[in-house]
Design a protein around this ligand. Structure first.
Ligand SMILES: Nc1ncnc2c1ncn2[C@@H]1O[C@H](COP(=O)(O)OP(=O)(O)OP(=O)(O)O)[C@@H](O)[C@H]1O
Length: 530
């Protein structure tokens, strides 16, 4: 801001020197020697101004980058605090859009508009004082026209803000729409719905195009309004100076106008409006930043479930890993889906949970993991509670096999990774791949079969040191061979001394448990040791 203010003052100084130079040249007093000091002064100020402008731009960019980094970190922390279950109400593509695009939209505001807003009064005020010193009537003319510009800008800006808000909602919807169609491309083709989906995507994209053009139209309109008013104001001042110099204005300070003062006022008049013009250029940035911050604030206003984060500590944690005491779980609009339930999980236990579909098995695992906070009751955990999670659709990221394995063991070397893959029955496959561990896979394990993806997830659990392994229907819809490999893998984990909690319908997995918990309608029906 300081650099911007000084750069503005340097511009004013440059114009004063320019008016002086022209005055000296035209009046031809003093010869070439009299021109030099003016010229040198102009060149010096030109260099100073350039340096100050660069410094201003760099500082603004750094400030904006810091702000965006902070907001992104805050949004990520908030998403983590909301937890995986609450996040299911958002579309991944919309969240990604908010995290990338909406935070990016703050850049123009932070780096340009915010600075310009604070500079906008400084230079015009200095110019007004200078002009008033030369000719108070010209200063009044400038001062009268100046307020019209912010007034019209604000009027246009109000519309721009609403349009930008709609625009962000439309982009978020379009992103979600597109990602859904791409994810479901196989199903769409199977049902012959490809052409209809294409038409829908085209219609959504066209809607977005129309909205973008409407927003741009408004941006151009606001610039045009501003240009019009500043041109009219400059023209009025120019006419006044012209007639004043000709001696056609027989009243006021016009009679004292000289070549220097007339020139100076004429040169300063456009500069008087320049900060406002620059501000209007950035006004669109303000509108889109306000709309983006609305969306971000809405997301950040979602209060995380405090109970998820502050579990009570177990007293006897040498023997127990986890304990639920009278825990319940309610979902808005669904009422109670779990509990009250009491459950203790000793270290080294293998607990198999079964029961009909919808009986609350996954919900119980989510409460055990702390993905959702319990409504009533207490969740007590051991001090070293870390858990590994595996369900029917393992979370695989776009990247190499090694990247996916490193999610649970960032320090694991290739040897350890290969050993884990061998144990999960993927060794031969990975060794046959030309790029081995560096082979890329798509988001959600695209490029791997369902069974291979599950085995990769199992290898990840082998690599992790988590004492508790939570498994939610890990063998659902797999072939017999993969099922066998996974069940063997889980046996090995249990033999290592890890604690396993498995929600399953599979008889072999149920038989693995040293304890059986049968659930119905969110309640424990029986809990028996084998
Ligand atoms: N995020 C949620 N929001 C609202 N209701 C939910 C949510 N998750 C689960 N439910 C409801 O809670 C109940 C228990 O669901 P849960 O997924 O725990 O059952 P489940 O025993 O694991 O079923 P399945 O064997 O079919 O996987 C169901 O009625 C379900 O509709």
């Amino acid at each position: 801001m300081l650099c911007g203010g000084l750069a503005g003052l340097a511009t004013v100084g440059q114009l004063v020197l320019l008016a002086g130079l022209i005055d000296v040249v035209i009046r031809k007093d003093g010869g070439v020697a009299a021109v030099w000091p003016w010229l040198m002064g102009i060149l010096l100020l030109l260099g100073v101004r350039a340096l100050l402008s660069i410094a201003q731009e760099l500082a603004a960019q750094r400030g904006s980058q810091r702000l965006r980094q902070r907001v992104r970190r805050e949004v990520l922390d908030h998403l983590a605090a909301l937890g995986p279950v609450r996040l299911t109400q958002y579309h991944t593509a919309s969240l990604a859009h908010q995290w990338v695009e909406q935070v990016e939209a703050l850049d123009g505001y932070a780096a340009r508009f915010w600075v310009q807003m604070r500079l906008v009064a400084l230079v015009p005020l200095v110019i007004l004082v200078l002009v008033a010193w030369q000719d108070w009537l010209a200063a009044i003319l400038l001062a009268l026209t100046a307020p019209l510009i912010p007034l019209f800008m604000a009027l246009v800006g109000m519309g721009a803000e609403a349009l930008n808000r709609e625009q962000f909602v439309a982009v978020a919807r379009l992103s979600a729409h597109f990602v859904d169609r791409v994810r479901g491309i196989t199903t769409l083709r199977l049902f012959g719905a490809g052409p209809r989906a294409t038409v829908e995507v085209v219609a959504a994209a066209d809607d977005y195009r129309r909205r973008s053009l409407r927003t741009l139209r408004l941006a151009f309109l606001s610039s045009a309004v501003l240009e019009f008013f500043s041109s009219v104001a400059i023209a009025v001042v120019a006419i006044y100076i012209g007639f004043g110099l000709l001696g056609d204005i027989p009243f006021g300070p016009a009679q004292d106008l000289t070549l220097f003062s007339g020139l100076l006022i004429l040169l300063l008049a456009p500069e008087f409006f320049q900060p406002l013009r620059t501000l209007s250029l950035f006004y669109h940035d303000r509108a889109s930043a306000l709309a983006a911050s609305d969306g971000l604030c809405e997301l950040l206003a979602e209060t995380p479930d405090e109970r998820r984060h502050v579990p009570d500590r177990l007293v006897d944690d040498a023997h127990l890993l986890l304990s639920l005491q009278g825990v319940t779980l309610d979902h808005s609009g669904r009422g109670r889906v779990l509990g009250p339930i009491d459950l203790v999980i000793p270290r080294g236990d293998v607990l198999a949970i079964s029961g009909p579909s919808g009986s609350g098995k996954s919900s119980l695992l989510q409460v055990l993991a702390g993905f959702v906070g319990a409504g009533e009751g207490r969740r007590l955990v051991a001090h070293d509670l870390a858990f590994a999670w595996m369900d029917q659709r393992p979370l695989l990221i776009h990247g190499s096999l090694a990247d996916n394995l490193a999610l649970t063991a960032p320090d694991a070397d290739d040897c350890r990774m290969m050993a884990a893959l061998e144990r999960a029955g993927l060794g031969a496959l990975v060794r046959a791949l030309p790029e081995g561990l560096e082979t890329s896979i798509g988001e959600g394990g695209r490029g791997l079969s369902g069974g291979q993806a599950q085995r990769l997830a199992l290898a990840r659990i082998f690599l992790s040191n988590a004492p508790l392994v939570l498994l939610d229907e890990p063998t659902a819809s797999l072939d017999a061979v993969t099922e066998g490999i996974l069940i063997e893998g889980f046996r090995e984990l249990a033999a290592e001394g890890r604690t396993l909690v498995i929600a399953t319908h599979h008889p072999a997995l149920m038989a693995m448990g040293n304890r059986q918990l049968i659930m119905d309608a969110g309640r424990e029906v029986t809990c028996a040791n084998q």
